[in-house]
Design a binder for this molecule. Structure first.
Ligand code: SAM
Ligand code: 2KA
Ligand code: SF4
Ligand code: MG
Length: 265
């Protein structure tokens, strides 16, 4: 029987000791990669549950604010991935690098020749075979407030408690430097307001100082904030404008345009 892999729902801390071979999986599906430099590529998505942050805009509420999951062994996940025809696998969450078993899963996928992308908030470093580290550091504007949260029914969350924890955890320069040094990477920032740009350029300077590899402006992608077609229609012009102004790349959210906020897309 697989050992339960879990994350403390109150603090988002990983409690995965002794569970190197099982993951909390919120959903597993095939879709088109919607974001980043592999946008449009058919991919299997493995969405783990549990996060150490609480972005107010999180489009995966049931992995962060209210985590739900089935526990699957690495073997079961690999078998389900193999039932699809795709060559690309995206490990996401929640925060997938919280879990020890993510390393085991990536190792098994690598051994079978899959291209792996890991979507991560950049606060955790891991040694694992990752083909593309898709790192999305969280800006101050992601911090939850009692008025702004991702809860589908709009009711209040424990945002006060989380605001402090989120702010303290969201940037870890050592972890960001390690991720860009170890892996082929993209830095993907969620943009919803013009002030985000100053924080991005400031943070970029600090990562460049801390990391021993080159970070080109074209490794930096700006992505419109929004989990729905309506919302990205509002934020898209700003993300595109800032990308042009600063020489960064723009990335769409193809899946939102195609399927809005439907699950398993
Ligand atoms: C749900 S997160 C899971 C991976 C990891 N926790 C992270 O944040 O990078 C997957 C991607 O969706 C982005 N994201 C989440 N909610 C979003 C929103 N409302 N608008 C735009 N991007 C969003 C994140 O920044 C990240 O790049
Ligand atoms: N189609 C599609 N592309 C994605 N790229 C990153 C995603 C994520 O949630 O990490 C995502 C997602 O949820 N769906
Ligand atoms: S870090 Fe990722 S999964 Fe966690 S709350 Fe933010 S967007 Fe959601
Ligand atoms: Mg998503």
């Amino acid at each position: 029987m697989p050992v339960t892999s879990d994350v403390n729902e109150k603090t988002g801390e990983s409690t995965t000791e002794g569970s190197a071979d099982a993951l909390p999986v919120n959903e597993l599906f095939e879709s088109l990669q919607g974001e980043g430099r592999l946008a449009g590529v058919p991919s299997v998505f493995v969405r783990t549950s549990g996060c150490n942050l609480r972005c107010w805009f999180c489009d995966s509420y049931h992995t962060s604010w209210e985590p739900t999951h089935a526990t699957m062994s690495v073997e079961e996940i690999v078998a389900e991935v193999e039932s699809y025809d795709a060559e690309h696998v995206v490990l996401t969450g929640g925060e997938p690098l919280l879990h020890d078993a993510s390393v085991a899963l990536l190792t098994e996928l690598d051994a079978r020749g899959y291209h792996t992308t890991v979507e991560t908030n950049g606060t955790i470093r891991r040694d694992a075979p990752i083909d593309l580290a898709s790192v999305s550091p969280k800006l101050a504007s992601s911090t939850p407030t009692p008025d702004e949260n991702a809860r589908p029914d709009g009711k209040p969350t424990d945002a006060d408690e989380w605001a402090e924890r989120h702010a303290a955890r969201r940037i870890d320069l050592d972890a960001l430097a390690a991720l860009v040094e170890r892996y082929d990477f993209q830095l993907k920032f969620v943009v919803g307001e013009r002030d985000d740009a100053a924080e991005i350029t400031d943070l970029l300077e600090r990562i460049r100082d801390a990391a021993a590899v080159e970070i080109r402006d074209t490794d930096v992608l700006l992505m419109p904030e929004g989990a729905t077609r309506e919302r990205i229609a509002e934020t898209r012009p700003l993300a595109a404008e800032l990308a042009q102004e600063y020489g960064f790349r723009y990335t769409p959210r193809l899946h939102v345009t195609l399927w809005n906020d439907a699950p398993e897309t």
